[in-house]
Design a protein around this ligand. Structure first.
Ligand code: GDP
Length: 300
């Protein structure tokens, strides 16, 4: 994963040094934990997350499981792997479908986070699994947003419910409600609602997202976050959690060439699972998120 490249390299170096040792002294463990801490902080992982993580790793690395291990260094790597899986959410959490269709999925996040692109990716992925998704343009803030969703819908081969073009300042709550009615009429089993973002968190945007959430009572509210936004990730995630109480996270731009550690903080800071990962601009650059696979990739 490009976005975690530097972190991966740093951890690999740390473990290489450790492997040259046999039994590990407390000083070896402390040195290793310090290096891990620095690597995580340099990768922009949030301080609280780093602290909790390194405390757990240190405790376990000083404990019996490492002491008794045939290969103590390998055991430490295993512990780091386990704990990384934990901060990434532990178990895989799949998308939840409604017992009575349509399943309503609302997308929220800052402008540029990758919501509209994700809407297309998700729709394509669902259609490939014999679902009959419909996209809804409830982002009426940006003049281009409706057109952009229509383009994405066309690429995905999925219909888009949108207000008339040029009729830009409509009421997104009404559009979203009408869209659900339309989906029921046309027997779409999943409705994906794209909402407006702003460059920064603001009260009006959050209220609008909250109003849409109230009006359509979605089964999932997915918070899309750009893995490259750095330390702002935590504050943004918290603001959206408070504002729209999202049910899951989508990490986007994991292909980006930057310090993506902030993305590693989001699940543990909000207690919400990461459900999908977006890894490029193409509609196929998308996959369900597996905490264990991501941890392995970082430690590869
Ligand atoms: P929105 O404002 O949240 O709807 O964001 P968009 O879907 O319009 O995405 C903003 C920009 O990021 C666009 O240029 C997308 O092509 C790009 N983008 C979206 N997802 C990804 C991704 O996973 N990787 C990369 N590299 N670019 C992405």
């Amino acid at each position: 994963m490009a976005v975690f490249g530097t972190l991966s390299d740093r951890l690999a170096d740390t473990f290489k040094n450790l492997r040259s040792k046999g039994k590990l002294s407390a000083a070896d463990v402390d040195g290793t934990v310090r290096e891990i801490r620095r690597a995580l902080l340099d990768a922009d992982v949030a301080l609280d997350v780093v602290k909790a993580f390194t405390t757990r790793v240190r405790e376990r690395a000083l404990g019996d499981e490492v002491n008794r291990a045939l290969n103590p260094a390998q055991q430490v790597v295993q512990i780091v792997n386990d704990e990384l899986i934990q901060i990434l959410g532990g178990q895989q959490r799949r998308l939840e479908f409604a017992k009575n269709p349509p399943t309503v999925i609302m997308l929220a996040g800052l402008q540029g986070a990758g919501k509209t692109t994700l809407a297309g990716k998700l729709a394509k992925w669902l259609a490939e699994q014999q679902h009959t998704p419909m996209l809804v343009a409830a982002d009426l803030q940006r003049p281009n947003a409706v057109t952009q969703l229509q383009i994405v819908g066309e690429q995905a081969g999925v219909p888009v419910f949108a207000p008339e073009p040029g009729n830009g300042v409509g009421d997104p709550v009404k559009v979203a409600k009408n869209a659900i009615k339309h989906a029921i009429d046309k027997q779409h089993d999943v409705v994906i609602v794209d909402t407006a973002g702003r460059l920064g968190v603001d009260a009006e945007m959050m209220k609008q997202a909250r109003d849409i959430r109230k009006a359509i009572d979605p089964d999932e509210v997915l918070f899309v976050i750009d893995a490259m936004i750095g330390q702002d990730a935590v504050a943004t995630a918290k603001a959206f959690q408070e504002g729209v109480d999202f049910t899951g996270v989508v990490l986007s731009k994991l292909d980006g060439d930057a310090r993506g550690g902030a993305a590693l903080s989001v699940a543990s800071v909000t207690g919400r699972p990461i459900i999908f990962a977006s890894t490029g601009e193409g509609l196929s650059d998308f996959e369900p998120f597996h905490p264990d696979r991501m941890a392995s990739r970082i430690l590869d």
